[in-house]
Design a protein around this ligand. Structure first.
Ligand SMILES: Cc1ncc(C[n+]2csc(CCOP(=O)(O)OP(=O)(O)O)c2C)c(N)n1
Ligand SMILES: [Mg+2]
Length: 794
């Protein structure tokens, strides 16, 4: 393990005194931004505003060193969630944030509590908030960059940096990311751990830190420590000083941490509590205040030590680096080191004192650094150094994705199989193929990506020899490969998809990322899924196989609530087609939308998010879809399929002749049972129209749009167009879905008719499809009974 040197700091052009002046101002502004949010804004609701002065303070030196002495324009940084005020203070001092924002932390339309790519005004590289994810995001962004460089030519060199809290290392997703071979060897990655030895509730036990360092080393990372500041290092090196290091190293974090809240005399007493005689002797010659300053001199607040450590990380070219920078939570503030300081706020009196201490007044407190001073000039120089072109300026013309691949499906086929065939077809399309990149957490073959992989190969930064010939799967690995294989981590899947889906911005290269995952395990990666789409990433994910239709696999592998998740997740369009050609149209449409990522306003697709396809392995007869095609024609049918639903069987004639009408509304794999039920009902003189819902999400959104429009303008809402074209008349509905019945139960309200919703509301078990459908009332007999029930509710 490396330890930073005691050599004089190399400040990359920044003068130590200037950098210190700047960091004092950063500390002030970050602290005051939170203070103003809490003490000067009347929200009128009595809810505490909050903000994290102590967490921010511990990161001030590190972030000042990064932005004012280290970063280059192409570098990208993830800032730990609770240091967002520090980030904004720095952007303000660099001239990238208007002064008016400084009093808007946590206000509507103002600075977000945690750094947000999509909501903050000052160019956040990575959103953070859910701890652990902000650490992994730059690592996967670097993996995405490596892929882009290999396929499209090298971009300007970027370093991908994460500043993370020490307690973030408790999150499992961090270790999943570190351990995956897809992130191996990324020498342009540096994680900086803000080791303030405190989490939210407690002082982090010292043993954790040693263990974390070993885990990084074991995963092949370069580990650096910036632990002791130069004062302490000098003391250690002085005659008799070695015992001081031993004593501090041996001291439990809880003991060390308790020093910060004390006055100088009390620090001596606490520090020497239990100390060996030689330590007492060494300290005897030091006055109290000097001793207190000395023993709390940590390298994470020593600019020179930090810059040396950054340089040590830079020097390591072929593996990621992690720097453990020891800091003080609440550094420079009266709440320093207090174990309960996570949410503590300075009082107005303490703020007044800090302001005066820094030589500021109420009329100068929000000022930028005076441009006539060396610090002001340095900030201006750094602003220029860090300026980068707007991403749209570097993006080329959007990728031209066709409306369909012309997929033919004569025999029964499942949506999963069709999905594989569509991707293979697109891999033959010269305008689309270069941009397609697939990824999966060890389920590529079982989710039908094998055909695509056979054509495009597996990505590896260097060619790898295949040792066994497989007649079915050609697992050729090299820099041209277009499938990125991950270990079994659904968090990694969604983090990588997210970063591939942000390559249009972070690597100036739009891609068409497509991921696959067993549908039940979408939930295993859900926080990363949410993270990625909240960040504005654009990708397609297929959850397959899904539902109890995966009958023999039993309850542990059968998804139920994923359709609701897909429907409800913002920035995601949820799609669950039953038929192969519908999937073809929908998947091409989704990729067309993803392809517009980063396009200038106006050229963007109507939906500016990601796509979640829920698919199955149940082969179903395609003839009914062909009949609908013949009846409606491709132009109309395609429009309705894309809008969310169409009439697969139209019983309007029977209804016109007096048969009582009912709608059987199916989604996905259950369509054969729905069609059979319609047939049985027709035999009993009931006009059962079958609607195939291809996207409950799009129908729901269309409905909500008209409702909200009505609410906002205080006018009577109309029925949404997408619903009107699928449901021509008012008639009771039965919804049938291999997913929680709740997913489509709103249709009754949307149409203003009685509704009976069939779906899977309990855990499944192993069996045949027919067994499972019977057990969950998805068989045709149950659907018929549900239709009769719905008719009786009229
Ligand atoms: C996934 C997740 N769980 C819980 C939280 C609540 N939380 C916010 S900060 C924090 C402690 C963080 O400690 P650390 O990472 O050491 O940050 P610092 O000491 O720098 O504030 C917790 C538990 C969160 N933001 N995200
Ligand atoms: Mg901490």
């Amino acid at each position: 393990m490396d330890t930073t040197t005691t050599e004089p700091a190399r400040l990359a052009g920044g003068d130590p005194a200037i950098l210190d002046e700047i960091q004092q101002r950063v500390l002030w502004l970050a602290t005051r931004i939170i203070d103003a949010a809490n003490h000067e804004r009347d929200t009128g609701d009595g809810v505490k505003v909050g903000g994290h002065q102590a967490s921010s303070a511990s990161a001030v030196t590190i972030l000042t060193a990064l932005y004012f002495a280290y970063l280059d324009a192409p570098d990208r940084v993830s800032v730990k969630p609770h240091a967002s005020p520090v980030y904004h203070a720095i952007q303000y001092l660099l001239g990238n944030l208007d002064r008016s924002y400084l009093t808007t932390l946590r206000a509507f339309g103002g600075l977000q509590s945690y750094p947000s790519r999509t909501k903050d005004p000052d160019g956040v590289d990575f959103s953070t908030g859910s701890v652990g994810l902000g650490a992994a995001a730059p690592l996967f962004a670097a993996a995405a960059r490596r892929y882009v460089d290999a396929h499209f030519g090298a971009r300007p060199h970027s370093r991908f940096i994460a500043l993370i809290g020490d307690a973030e290392l408790d999150e499992g997703n961090v270790w999943e990311a570190v351990a995956d071979p897809a992130t191996d060897g990324l020498g342009n990655v540096m994680w900086i751990v803000d080791v303030n030895r405190q989490s939210l509730d407690r002082v982090v036990p010292g043993v954790r830190i040693a263990q974390w360092e070993q885990q990084f080393s074991g995963a092949g990372w370069h580990v650096v420590e910036a632990k002791y500041g130069r004062r302490l290092q000098a003391a250690f090196a002085s005659p008799g000083g070695e015992c001081l290091r031993d004593w501090i190293d041996a001291m439990p974090n809880e003991h060390y941490q308790s020093l910060f809240g004390l006055g100088p005399a009390a620090v001596r007493e606490r520090f020497l509590d239990g100390a060996p005689d030689e330590v007492r002797e060494f300290c005897a010659g030091l006055p109290d205040d000097e001793l207190a300053t000395l023993v709390t001199d940590l390298a994470g607040h020593d600019m020179g030590s930090l810059l040396d450590a950054f340089a040590a990380c830079d020097a390591e070219k072929d593996r990621p680096s992690v720097l453990f920078a020891y800091t003080i939570k609440g550094w420079g503030l009266p709440i320093a080191g207090n174990p309960r300081n996570h949410s503590a706020l300075l009082t107005t009196g303490q703020i007044d004192q800090l302001r005066a201490q820094l030589g500021l007044t109420q009329s100068t407190e929000w000022d930028r650094l005076d441009p006539m001073t060396p610090a002001g000039q340095w900030a201006a120089a750094r602003r220029e150094h860090l300026a980068r072109p707007h991403p749209a300026a570097s993006a080329g013309a959007p990728i031209a994705v066709p409306d369909s691949t012309g997929l033919r499906a004569a025999r029964p086929i499942s949506t999963q199989e069709a999905f594989g065939r569509i991707l293979v077809d697109l891999s033959r399309n010269e305008t689309v193929a270069p941009y397609l990149v697939t990824t999966a957490p060890d389920v590529a073959t079982s989710t039908n990506l094998a055909g695509f992989i056979n054509r495009t190969g597996v990505f590896s930064p260097v060619p790898r020899r295949a040792w066994s010939e497989d007649p079915v799967l050609k697992w050729a690995e090299g820099p041209d490969g277009q499938h990125i294989e991950l270990g079994i981590s659904e968090m990694n899947l969604f983090l990588l998809l997210g970063q591939l889906g942000l390559a249009f911005d972070l690597s100036a290269q739009p891609l068409l990322p497509v991921g696959t995952v067993y549908d039940p395990f979408v939930l295993r990666g859900l926080d990363a899924f949410i993270y990625s789409v909240y960040s504005g990433a654009r990708f397609v994910v297929a959850g397959t196989p899904s539902g109890v239709t995966l009958a023999p696999e039993g309850g542990a592998h059968q998804s139920t609530i994923t359709a609701s998740v897909g429907l409800e997740l913002p920035n995601v369009t949820f799609i669950e087609p039953a038929y192969a050609v519908a999937l073809d149209w929908l998947l091409c449409g989704a990729l067309q939308s993803v392809a517009t990522a980063g396009a200038p306003a106006g050229a963007e697709a109507a939906e500016s998010g990601s796509y979640y396809f829920r698919l199955t392995t149940r082969g179903i007869d395609q003839q009914p879809f062909q009949a609908a095609r013949d009846r409606l024609g491709d132009a109309i049918l395609r429009r309705q399929v894309l809008a969310g639903g169409y009439r697969l069987v139209d019983a309007a004639d029977a209804a016109a002749q007096g048969a009582p009408p009912v709608y059987l509304v199916g989604c996905g794999a259950v369509m054969p049972e729905v069609l059979a039920a319609a047939g049985e009902l027709a035999d009993e003189g009931i006009a059962a129209t079958v609607v195939d819902v291809t996207s409950p999400d799009r129908l729901y959104r269309a409905w909500q749009r008209t409702l909200r429009q009505g609410v906002r303008t205080a006018t009577a809402p109309s029925i949404a167009g997408a619903l009107r074209s699928a449901f021509a008349d008012r008639a009771p509905v039965v919804t049938v879905h291999d997913a929680a019945s709740h997913t489509m139960s709103w249709l009754g309200s949307a149409l203003g008719v009685p509704a009976v919703s069939l779906g899977v509301d309990s855990f499944g078990q192993s069996g045949a499809v027919a067994d499972l459908y019977r057990a969950h009332d998805l068989d045709s007999g149950s659907i018929v009974n549900a239709a009769l029930a719905a008719l009786s509710l009229r």
